[in-house]
Design a protein around this ligand. Structure first.
Ligand SMILES: NC(=O)c1ccc[n+]([C@@H]2O[C@H](COP(=O)([O-])OP(=O)(O)OC[C@H]3O[C@@H](n4cnc5c(N)ncnc54)[C@H](OP(=O)(O)O)[C@@H]3O)[C@@H](O)[C@H]2O)c1
Length: 395
């Protein structure tokens, strides 16, 4: 399965969501070793205030992972400024400065003449957004954090990919001319443009750059429904069509990603980090039984195999979200190394917490929204595939 096929497998709605939230060049050079030490992580039941309050500019901040950064940064005693178009006002648990502008049109004048200790750039997937920012913030922020993606890697066939693996090359005419609209029209550009954004970031912010490459981000607030499909489906009970039991899976709860991002900037950790969970390898079998048990569901998992699913036209990632085959071209997709991130204090909530909170989030959505899931196989197609699987098992 190629990158293009992977991107196309994702539902259009999920991809559009990713991009709606959502900076030339050559493949990024190997990342320098991060200047980081192991940190003490705050206790789960209470957040300790940071000893060194920072002035943090969060670009975006009102979508999925951004609000979790804001919440944690405020709890740690940092000063927060947000910059976005102001389309999704939120109530914050503390004082937050809110600035308005539009990255797509290059309107970043609200940031001019200001300084911050840190800038965290959440929504950017096209290089001109980074360049525009660089023109006003170069030399004005002590650290620039770019939220990239594991999709920036060139290949997904090698297990154990570290941050030094080759990045996807952009082969179009000029990456700086790409817009969010041109990206939405050609989603296969997503990885190459994230890689080009990373190169642009290093051009403008140099050694002050930190790049985080998350895997699938999950949890409350996720409007792609990819991981959410599983808690919602398992809560419904009955026989559940499931991917191969032993195939690997990787994901990260948005809250774990956000809290670690804030701890990274507190450490002044520079360089590149894969933002990938869980802490140790997890199979699809362990993921789905873990969610089922956390929810107290009596669902029966019917694990199948990749050849059967392909024959039934059950698509990885889209119909059975969070899963891609653990062999061949995608053998490394869900086996990305997180060693460097763990050494800087990336921690994980229990799967049960993520599962329960995600289901609560889903159940609180309006019925009309829940009737239009953006990922996951329909009940009718699932039933047909289960019937075919059972028939095949009897012959
Ligand atoms: N979801 C995944 O599984 C996944 C996986 C790997 C990497 N990632 C990356 O993770 C990042 C996550 O982003 P998020 O959505 O969670 O971030 P977020 O900061 O929570 O939300 C996106 C923010 O961007 C703002 N925004 C959108 N268009 C804008 C524009 N033209 N100008 C200024 N602000 C704009 C939105 O506010 P307004 O609408 O009010 O402007 C919103 O505040 C993305 O870079 C994504 O590529 C995601």
């Amino acid at each position: 399965m190629t990158r293009r096929e992977l991107v196309q497998l994702g539902s259009a709605a999920a991809a559009a969501t990713l991009l709606s939230h959502a900076a030339r060049g050559a493949t990024a050079s190997p990342s320098p070793a991060p200047k980081a030490t192991r940190v003490a992580v705050p206790a789960a039941d209470g957040v300790r205030r940071s000893e060194r309050p920072l002035r943090i500019l969060i670009l975006g901040g009102t979508g999925f992972t951004g609000p979790q950064q804001v919440r944690y940064a405020l709890a740690r005693g940092h000063q927060v400024t947000l910059f976005n178009r102001g389309r999704r006002p939120k109530d914050w648990p503390g004082e937050v400065e809110e600035l308005i502008g539009d990255r797509e049109t290059g309107d970043v004048k609200a940031l001019a003449g200001r300084t911050w200790d840190v800038c965290i750039d959440n929504p950017t997937s096209v290089p001109h957004w980074v360049r525009d920012l660089g023109t006003v913030l170069q030399g004005k922020v002590g650290q620039y954090v770019f939220i990239s993606s594991v999709s920036a890697y060139a290949q997904t066939d090698q297990p154990g990919m570290t941050e030094d693996a080759p990045l996807a090359p952009y082969t179009g005419p000029d990456a700086l001319q790409e817009t969010r609209a041109s990206l939405i029209a050609n989603l296969a550009l997503f990885g190459p443009l994230k890689a080009a954004c990373e190169a642009e970031a290093k051009k403008w912010f140099g050694e002050a750059t930190t790049i985080i490459r998350p895997t699938l981000i999950v949890g409350p607030g996720d409007d792609s429904d990819r991981f959410t499909y599983w808690p919602a489906r398992l809560a419904r009970g009955g026989d559940v069509l499931a991917p191969p039991r032993e195939d690997p899976v990787q994901f990260i709860d948005a809250r774990d990603l956000a809290e670690w991002t804030i701890r990274l900037v507190e450490q002044r950790a520079f360089g590149v980090f894969n933002g990938v969970g869980p802490a140790t390898p997890m199979t699809c079998g362990a993921l789905l039984s873990g969610i089922r048990d956390a929810l107290g569901s009596d669902a029966t998992l019917v694990h199948t195999d990749a050849a059967f699913l392909a024959a039934q036209k059950v698509r990885p990632w889209a119909d059975l979200p969070a899963w891609v085959p653990g062999s061949g071209a995608t053998a490394g997709f869900s086996r990305v190394s997180n060693g460097r991130a763990l050494a800087t204090g990336l921690t994980f909530r229990p799967l049960a917490t993520t599962a329960r909170d995600t289901l609560a989030f889903w159940n609180a959505l309006p019925a009309e929204r829940r009737a239009q899931p953006r990922a996951g196989i329909s009940p009718e197609r699932e039933a047909a595939a289960l019937t075919a699987w059972r028939a095949g098992q009897k012959t």
